[in-house]
Design a binder for this molecule. Structure first.
Ligand code: NAD
Length: 363
């Protein structure tokens, strides 16, 4: 069996590839990536040591995909993963990678009769509708009152019943459009397909930035020094996200892979859930407790066009369908992050520190 992981040098792709190879030595795992994401190059040594083949290439190029040869399962993890992509500039890259590139991948999967697992996002849900949730501020966070509920939302979080009408950013739109096309490939060509709409994911080897990977960004600034800012929604850091440990995502995907026929066609929200949710203000306290230091945190009240104040995954449906539920706590995740930052400080500080060295030119 040969598994192709597009975006295989990125945070999710490299983590899944290495865990798959660790658990199933007999399977060939190929990581395919154009190394656009700053820090993805750090995965190459780890992939090699873990027995994962690396191929440099671009999903925008059908020739690059054709050169890969046959594979049996595609795990599509390549993306421009920032919800800010395209704001204030051209949307060309996010459209060409997240939509046209996904279609190129589906075509390759169709030619080889391969199964497809697609990493989608909570950002398929419309921005204005998420902003309209009845959120109540307490001292450190926003919350949905326990007794309140509506279509697709409750204090448990957001389910796939949440209405989809409305704008959602170019990132969210390309992911939702990809989901629709994936389902046509399933219906028309018999591909077995699974879509996981993930909330925030985190873990060691995530190259956290202001616009993606906030848990690592927060931890790295506290560990290495620097400054941060509470941006948007009044600038007090009350906005909330749930966070899923990458090892928990792997557990789900391993389970889905083992029963692809049964789970084919499924579209699930997948995330940490309420028990693994955190506001920026709460995260600051958690980081301060671990490092014993407080760093300057600015307040920028203005809200950017794509930001939402609150997202928590309702895992009820995915748990009912698969028996899976997250097992690692948020505390365990933060412990893992700080241990990783300490252990690999020399190579991580140039990428995650306050004054990163210049990014390589985009391939
Ligand atoms: N990390 C999260 O919190 C999160 C949450 C929800 C969904 N997702 C989805 O999971 C997937 C993986 O995200 P991630 O966090 O690992 O991001 P990442 O940026 O770490 O990884 C994406 C990888 O894709 C590569 N890539 C970008 N454009 C490419 C192209 N045209 N051809 C080939 N490779 C290309 C990048 O170099 C990078 O290594 C994405 O589809 C993302 O939308 C991530």
């Amino acid at each position: 069996m040969r598994i192709l992981i597009t975006g295989g040098a990125g945070f999710v792709g490299s983590s899944l590839g290495l865990m798959l190879k660790r658990d199933r030595a007999e399977v060939d795992v190929c990581a395919f990536d154009n190394l656009r994401r700053r820090g993805s190059e750090l995965a190459l040594g780890r992939l090699k040591d873990g027995g994962v083949e690396f191929v440099h290439g671009d999903i925008r190029s059908t020739d690059d995909l054709a050169d890969l040869g046959k594979f049996d399962l595609l795990i599509e993890c390549s993306a421009e993963p920032s919800v800010q992509a395209g704001y204030g500039g051209s949307p060309a890259y996010v459209l060409q990678t997240n939509l046209t590139g996904t279609i190129n991948c589906l075509e390759a999967a169709r030619r080889h009769g391969a199964d497809v697992i697609f990493l989608s996002t909570s950002r398929v849900y419309p921005i204005d509708r998420l902003r309209a949730l009845p959120l109540v501020p307490s001292r450190h966070r926003l919350d949905i009152p326990a007794a309140d509920a509506g279509i697709g939302w409750s204090a448990r979080g957001i389910s796939t019943e949440f209405p989809l009408a409305g704008h959602r950013s170019m990132y969210g739109a390309t992911k939702l459009a990809s989901e629709l096309i994936i389902d046509e490939y399933r219906a028309m060509y018999g591909l077995r397909t699974i879509v996981n709409r993930c909330g925030v994911l985190s873990g060691p080897w995530q190259m956290g930035r202001v616009d993606q990977g906030f848990l690592v960004l927060w931890a790295a600034r506290h560990a290495f020094g620097g400054t941060l800012a509470y941006s948007g929604f009044g600038g007090q850091g009350l906005q909330v996200r749930d966070v899923l440990h990458i090892a928990d995502l792997y557990d789900l995907i391993a389970l889905q892979m083992n029963e692809l026929t049964r789970h084919s066609g499924s579209v699930h929200n997948v995330g940490g859930g309420y028990d693994r949710s955190v506001s920026l203000a709460e995260l600051t306290h958690a980081c301060q407790r671990r490092t014993g230091t407080a760093i300057p945190i600015a307040s920028r009240p203005e809200t950017s066009a794509a930001d939402v104040p609150y997202y928590i995954t309702d895992n009820t449906a995915v748990t009912a369908a698969t028996g899976w539920a997250p097992r690692r706590s948020l505390d365990a995740l933060l412990d893992d992050l700080f241990a990783w930052l300490r252990e690999h400080r020399t190579i991580l500080e140039p990428v995650l520190g306050m004054a990163p060295s210049p990014a390589p030119a985009a391939p």
